[in-house]
Design a protein. Structure first.
Lengths: 144, 144
DNA sequence: GAATTATTTAGATTATATCTAATATGACAT
DNA sequence: ATGTCATATTAGATATAATCTAAATAATTC
């Protein structure tokens, strides 16, 4: 997503495209690794324009309210954020605690029998509560 | 689960059954509403024996390490806890943010085609990211 | 360009969690 | 029973994450 597109999506949501706000949004678009507010603050301050801690928090709040960003549910103290570019959910592994992005399928409402094979494969992982790596048979896994 | 059973499960995990630790565990067994540490601290201090804040945190840490309790992944600042009585996962609604307990199915490893109807119904909700209430057709939902 | 509104800022404050070091308790060998 | 050792508890200090405050700055409108 290029600069102009980010600017547009901010303005479509009624947010002015300030340099600080743009920096937060752009960082989240580029790095979909669910950073904390502190990580985002650090990252945007490695280059101009600088931004204060309060502004970073304010902008994250505004972006979440506007629906462009969401707060990811994770264990641990610090909130983590995620640009909602392509719609997806999160899956947290029971064993290793990793947060994995999960494709979003627009399942037609009443069609219980119509889930595709690919979806079925993901369902298995979900009901085990293990991520793809941890769900491998014991032998092929590194001990942790 | 009665007092003796709780005592046993603590001791089986190598933890002494102290009054304070017992109180935390018993509270989590009774109230599976994913309370915060602060809520647990308050609750156990409404009756004897009293417990300090540090002890409550220590005991929660010990119980999590022992595998008797787990920390629930949620948005928001405060960690939330959950007794791992019956194995289950958590499902967080995209719309309302509620945390729902989700039954744990022991899906046999390679049988992609063998998920039951009940599981399929849950899969639909998961892939929508909405809880049972929020997944109802618009008309039958209260606006939030 | 004056008035209005939105944004940013440093620093103070609140909320949550952990650490420290002193004390208390329980297990158990003698 | 008593002393010893490991474990647990405690109040208070500290650390970390988030929010608030009030003043300054920038953009927008009239």
């Amino acid at each position: 997503m290029d600069a102009e597109a980010i600017k547009q999506s901010l303005e479509n949501s009624g947010l002015r495209c300030t340099p600080q706000r743009y920096a937060v949004m752009a960082f989240l678009m580029e790095h979909n690794r669910h950073p904390t507010a502190a990580e985002i603050f650090e990252a945007v301050n490695r280059v101009d324009p600088r931004s204060s801690r309060a502004t970073t928090y304010n902008n994250l709040r505004d972006l979440v309210q506007a629906g462009l960003v969401r707060e990811v549910a994770v264990e641990g103290r610090a909130a983590r954020f995620d640009a909602k570019g392509i719609r997806h959910h999160h899956f947290i592994c029971d064993r290793c605690g990793n947060v994995e992005d999960m494709e979003w399928y627009d399942v037609p409402r009443p069609a219980s029998g119509s889930l595709g094979k690919r979806i079925l494969r993901e369902c298995e992982l979900i009901f085990r509560g293990l991520c793809k790596k941890c769900a491998l048979p014991r032998a092929s896994r590194k001990l942790s």
